[in-house]
Design a protein around this ligand. Sequence first.
Ligand SMILES: Cc1cc2nc3c(=O)[nH]c(=O)nc-3n(C[C@H](O)[C@H](O)[C@H](O)COP(=O)(O)OP(=O)(O)OC[C@H]3O[C@@H](n4cnc5c(N)ncnc54)[C@H](O)[C@@H]3O)c2cc1C
Length: 572
Amino acid sequence: MESTVPNFVHTTHPVTVPPLANGREIARRPVLIAGGGPVGLAVGLALASRGIAALVVEADQTVCVGSRAICLSRRTLEILERLGALAPFQEKGLAWTGGRSFHRSEEVLHFTMPHDQDQRFAPMTNLQQYYIEQFLLDAAAKCDPDLLEVRWGTRIDGLHQGPDGVVVELATDTASYATECDFLVACDGARSRVRQAAGLRMNGTSYEGRYVIVDIEISLDLPTERLAWFDPPSNPGRTMLMHKQPDNIWRLDYQLHSAEDSEEMIREDRVTPVVNAHLAMMGIDRPWRLIWTSMYRAAAVSLDSYRSGRVLFAGDAAHLVPIFGVRGLNSGFDDAFNLGWKLAGVIARYSPDTILDAYSEERRRAWEVNVTNAMKSTEFMAPPSRGYELMRDAVLSLAKDHPALATLIDPRQSSAIAYEGSRLNTVTRDESSFKAGPRPGSPPLECPLIVDGKKHYLTNILGNDFTLVWSGEGDVPSIVTDELHRVINRELSVVLRTIGTAKLLSDTAGQLQAWHADVAEGRFIELYDAAPTAAYLFRPDGHVCARWRTLRPGDLSDAIDAALGHRKVANS
Ligand SMILES: Cc1cc2nc3c(=O)[nH]c(=O)nc-3n(C[C@H](O)[C@H](O)[C@H](O)COP(=O)(O)OP(=O)(O)OC[C@H]3O[C@@H](n4cnc5c(N)ncnc54)[C@H](O)[C@@H]3O)c2cc1C
């Protein structure tokens, strides 16, 4: 095992207890993050990038051990780049675009996830969760320690909310103390202690189907893709899934029959024959080594609200989705990136605290969309009743000859969720004139651009705060620059990117941090329906908050005000 699983998985981090006065930590930070899993670390990085100090308390003394997330979506990589953590994910991760499904011995589906030449990242990248956590910790280590501290071996035991903050009870194996913060972000996972202490419950559906999750080490010269077998000859009646991971690790997931005992079926002597039979069916005759086995049962549950006063919930502490849609951790990163700029705005006092309700509304709605898709996958992978099973078998039998049915076999959803109808969007008078391009609330639509002769992408020219992308001919009209001057004197920056032949007059360029970008192959104009003119406003997490054909005085500041939660702009 030592040869395959990297050393940092077994590295025990020291536990620290800070200076105390009367059992209370002397220092007080704006934000305390419960849980140093991937979502807690991502929230910490998002806040640090905005100069907001956070303390992450983590009950364990190591990164996670065992079979957890492996599939990271394209949107997650975009977020990781904005958090300053991307490079090792790309170096170590295995990118992939599709997969194959088999019914008994026959291949019935060869699918490709949405992917085209405009994309920068593959739809999915496989990487073990212990690497994910370590790479986030490496990024955290590069932050100013006053901005981001990770305190190991420290668990949250309780909390008391007051009007100005939260008092949190912490415990190590040898000490107990309290600490104070303005806001507590609960990222302490599916069994969240914070959720219990706040007296909250998740509601939804739990599934009967059980899956054995097995990670094995085996050297196989096979491409990275998602492989699924329904009722294979090697293991009749089961559904088997197979995923490649770095370091010659392969993940096998298989469904248990209802009469099989969970504890018994994850024992090595019960797992080995299943794996041997499966590899033999694939024509593989090579030695392999068991790394980990565990049991998984799907649940689609969520809190009604991800905000309870000064306590915010993110990741598995807020919601669970069945793993077959691979939206658990990916949606946790979306939570973190969505919450980071909003919470920073409240702490820095340029947003009212009601923007935190918008965080909850946007992300709870995203959970509903994720769950609708993930439930379809789950019902297909582990039919909850005889009726579902008959339907699934019928689809599988017919899929080869009726390709339209094949899409039912893999209803996986790999794209980010749009915040349609969010109170932070502005639907402008020009909205109906756009025949393409992301609508208000949508995540950024990737698009190649050439900047100063070098290839870039839209997602890597977005600024830290708001970005206005202006497309048109000739000089950027003074109304655009006047509008920008109105807003840049506030606490937030608004970066202007100009597309095509649009040019800024030199005397206005400096202060506006303008960056003139020539369009590669006309893709922005086409993808964003940006001719003859268009202005797209992107909010700090890259989602579009408004778009116009022409700007009028007050348009930009009104839309930024709305996106910062100050008021609902009347749709015109
Ligand atoms: C087998 C399996 C496969 C999966 N595959 C995928 C996939 O491919 N893609 C995907 O997107 N998702 C996947 N998931 C889901 C993914 O693992 C989770 O969604 C993800 O781990 C959630 O991250 P988190 O930070 O919210 O919670 P966690 O990862 O659970 O982290 C919570 C942290 O809080 C700490 N903690 C707990 N209690 C306390 C306390 N009282 N005080 C302080 N700290 C505490 C824990 O030690 C832990 O480090 C999979 C899950 C499983 C089980």
